[in-house]
Design a protein around this ligand. Structure first.
Ligand code: HEC
Length: 301
């Protein structure tokens, strides 16, 4: 029986270790997450979804959208940079200072850029370099901000401004992370496709916007009514040949409206302490055409 107690002890140890690893440790690490504040604005985050969007989350769940769509954005790193946001009074001195910290720019281009701020002077440098350059430009009387641009193929596709973090899902019950990407990640679809009509038409027939799409149509989320009955103002504007034919209109049912409200509420844009995103306020300029600004613009409606 001596061997038996060893087997028991080792089995118990194995179970205890896996319970610690997969239950206790994650709970200690993430279980007490609370609302946080965005940096540097200090807004409360995340904000609970509006009621219609919460109902839409249930439709998303019951239709099994998560079997083809994930809701988790990954990131590979960040590019730290420096952007001038306020030129101060001595433009000549500022141009000289910019050319010292960033000799790759042409003088004429810099002169044009300082008159059309913000100007992304540096991108993809170390935090120390950005800090040193910031001091030099501020000594020339300008105001400069250190920018942080998340990098990775998923940022380039516009799936989110940054990676997803645990607090993003604080109000989601259940969290619908998904594990398969037959279709694009939807964590930030609300910023990528804010257009309600586009989303409704896509649910009626994905082939209209994406010929050859593998996404099934969700026609039963719509009602086909004879034209002139009820509020035709709600009717979808479908291209020729995509609707039920002349004399009929397609009106979204409440489930479709709720689902679209949910999709529009999905965003990955907040800049948080654990995953900062800092673009110069005001967006791109003539000389500041960096990828980050393009990414930020592509996320704007
Ligand atoms: C069989 C897999 C599958 C299912 C189930 C599915 N989709 Fe899709 N979805 C796709 C594919 C593939 C695409 C990309 C092609 C396209 O745009 O249709 C897509 C695209 C989309 C897009 C456009 C995203 C973009 O960035 O262009 C949205 C929005 C969307 N799906 C929402 C939904 C919703 C909501 C549901 C559930 C009602 C759902 N999908 C169910 C496969 C699926």
């Amino acid at each position: 029986m001596k061997g038996g107690s060893w087997v028991f002890a080792i089995a118990l140890l194995g179970l205890a270790a896996s319970w610690y690893g997969s239950v206790l440790y994650p709970q200690v690490q993430l279980g007490r997450q609370t609302e946080t504040r965005t940096v540097p604005d200090g807004q409360l985050y995340p904000v609970a979804r509006p009621g219609l969007a919460v109902q839409g989350g249930e439709v998303y769940r019951s239709e099994g959208c998560y079997t083809c769509h994930s809701q988790q954005v990954r990131q590979e790193g960040v590019a730290v940079g420096l952007a001038v946001t306020d030129a101060g009074t001595n433009l000549t001195e500022l141009v000289e200072a910019i050319l010292t910290v960033a000799p790759q720019w042409e003088r004429t281009r810099v002169a044009h850029a300082v008159a059309n701020l913000p100007f992304q002077v540096l991108d993809g440098v170390s935090p120390a370099e950005a800090g040193a350059a910031q001091k030099q430009l501020e000594a020339a009387g300008a105001r400069a901000v250190i920018t942080v641009r998340p990098l990775g193929p998923e940022m380039e596709r516009g799936w989110g401004l940054r990676r997803s973090v645990a607090v993003d899902y604080l109000w989601d019950r259940p969290v619908m992370l998904g594990s398969v990407r037959v279709g694009p990640d939807l964590a930030g679809v609300g910023s990528r496709i804010p257009d309600e009509q586009w989303l409704l038409v896509h649910l009626w027939d994905p082939q209209i916007h994406s010929p050859g799409s593998m996404m099934p149509p969700y026609r039963y989320l719509f009602e086909v009514r004879p034209q002139g009955e009820g509020e035709a103002a709600d009717a979808l504007a479908l291209p020729e040949g995509a609707g039920p034919g002349p004399g009929w209109v397609v009106v979204p049912r409440p489930e479709a409206r709720a689902l679209v409200a949910y999709l529009r509420s999905l965003q990955v844009t907040a800049s948080l302490f654990e995953t900062p995103v800092v673009f110069p306020p005001g967006g791109g300029t003539a000389a500041g055409e960096t990828q980050g600004q393009e990414a930020a613009q592509s996320l704007q409606p």
